[in-house]
Design a protein around this ligand. Structure first.
Ligand code: SAH
Length: 457
């Protein structure tokens, strides 16, 4: 038992130790530089290791392992990807037993049969495997209960909310090592999404475990999202536990917001921006403008410190929601306009309008790599107009939630806009999604939101 390898890397090391090979001595003395080399170097080491029959820890077509899970064999490229910290493996990099059903927990083995990890298997999506653990541990109800408790402990540590009056993300899918599961909390209510075959098949289990862990008044599912189509899953929304909640009031900082858990966008609100909104409020002053305001969540934070706030959205429904939110918070220094933000920014910049605080929080312009250039032009245009209108010392809070645009591209675009506007710009804060939306090192897909807080000199 004691010399059972814990990981593929460990397995290769043990194998070399047994062989007494030169490679084993090299591994034992690996310098920091060698450890820091990309995973390709593991491939080279494996190549130079003496040949012998692979250990039979699993092979295609068999159920193996103490827990009896089917084994999926993953390519060397996939092992390298996992070694780089990723948790997804594409269908082209696996060999699965015939008839393996989507939604099962599987053992992963490398091409030589060594244990690599345990994962959710999907039969439909191009992402065939989503890693659950790199350890050879039992994946049962207790395992998922532990993962949920671990997710909760992060939120308890970073934003304790004993009165349960706030909203936040409790489970952020892959980033909480619960791939395909999203759980948002709004005061006493939970809204969940089961986005993959495996999490969807365990919807009742997760609802039970969440009920035990958090005792919410109700749990709703918002499984009416397009990504489920990749998994062959139907669109669905409704109440899983408790009674239909109706609109739920919660606090964001000192601002009172309302989410309609069954009818609102996403799972009710854009929670990833919650901390950025509260932070934006700290910088607000004078005349403020919030573009792409939706229900006015940024605008309401600005209105606490600014003299006047203009909030703009193209949707009449969003503006109506924003006006109701302003009334609920007793704010009278806030005006909602229904307009195309591109037109409004360009008209006002032309007229020489001035603002002291501007927020730009547009929807994702780059939905795919193909639309990248057009998206960057769109972002640059709105940022340029904002820079033209900001007073000296004025603050711009500028965001992008396009995954296809990374931090560097975003900053280059902002710099180009500032240069065109002939403004010098200080970076006050580089922010991302809130702490309840953690990211995984090695999984860039978990990091998509960029938020810069800038000051114009
Ligand atoms: N800032 C909001 C979230 C914005 S979501 C918050 O923190 O809650 C993006 C919003 O942009 C949506 O409400 C959408 O209706 C609006 N929108 C999309 N295109 C627009 C355009 N061209 N002009 C103005 N608003 C637009």
């Amino acid at each position: 038992m004691s010399d059972q390898p814990k990981s593929p890397k460990d397995a290769r090391r043990l194998e070399r130790v047994k062989q007494g090979s030169r490679a084993a001595r090299d591994v034992g003395q690996a310098s920091p530089a060698a450890r820091g080399r990309p995973a390709g170097s593991f491939g080279q080491m494996a190549k130079s290791a003496p040949r012998r029959p692979p250990p039979v820890l699993g092979s295609i077509g068999e159920s193996t392992g103490a827990s009896g899970e089917p084994t999926v064999v993953v390519s060397r490229r996939a092992v390298e990807r996992l070694d780089l910290g990723h948790v997804w493996i594409y269908r082209s990099d696996i060999a699965a037993p015939a008839g393996l059903e989507g939604g099962e927990v599987v053992r992963l083995a490398d091409e030589r049969g060594w244990f690599v990890g345990k994962a959710f298997y999907g039969a439909q999506s191009q992402i065939a495997v989503r890693l659950l653990t790199r350890e050879d541990e039992t994946v049962d109800d207790a395992f998922f209960a532990r993962r949920l408790a671990q997710a909760k402990s992060l939120r308890d540590a970073v934003s304790p909310d004993p009165e349960r009056r706030r909203a936040g993300r409790l489970v952020h899918g892959e980033a909480d090592l619960l791939p395909g599961l999203i759980v948002d909390r709004y005061a006493d209510y939970l809204s969940i999404q089961t986005l993959t075959e495996a999490t969807d098949a365990r919807r009742d289990l997760f609802a039970d475990l969440l009920q035990d862990l958090l005792q919410p008044r109700a749990i709703v599912e918002r499984n009416d999202v397009r990504v489920r189509a990749h998994e062959g899953l139907p669109q669905r929304k409704g109440v899983l536990r408790g009674e239909a909640p109706g609109p739920v009031e919660f606090l964001e900082g000192e601002v009172r917001l309302v989410a309609d858990l069954l009818e609102g966008q996403k799972t009710g609100a854009f929670l990833d921006q919650a901390e950025n909104r509260v932070e934006a409020g700290r910088y607000a002053r004078g005349r403020a403008l919030d573009c792409f305001t939706y229900g006015g969540a940024f605008a309401l934070q600005l209105a606490r410190h600014a003299e006047t706030v203009t909030a703009v959205d193209i949707s009449e429904q969003a503006a109506a929601q924003g006006r109701a939110a302003a009334a609920r918070n007793g704010k009278t220094n806030l005006e909602f306009k229904v307009a195309n933000a591109f037109d409004l920014l360009s008209d006002e910049a032309e007229k020489g309008e001035r603002y002291d605080t501007i927020v730009l929080d547009p929807p994702a312009f780059a939905k795919s790599k193909a639309s990248l250039d057009a998206a960057l032009r769109g972002y640059k245009e709105i940022n340029l107009r904002a820079f033209l209108m900001l007073s000296r010392g004025g603050v711009l809070i500028t965001c992008s939630c396009s995954f296809h645009i990374d931090d560097q591209q975003f900053e280059s675009m902002v710099l180009a806009a500032a240069t065109d506007a002939k403004r010098n710009v200080q970076v006050i804060e580089r922010r991302g999604a809130g702490r309840d939306h953690p990211t995984l090192l090695g999984v860039p897909e978990t990091r998509y939101l960029k938020c810069l807080i800038l000051r114009v000199l």
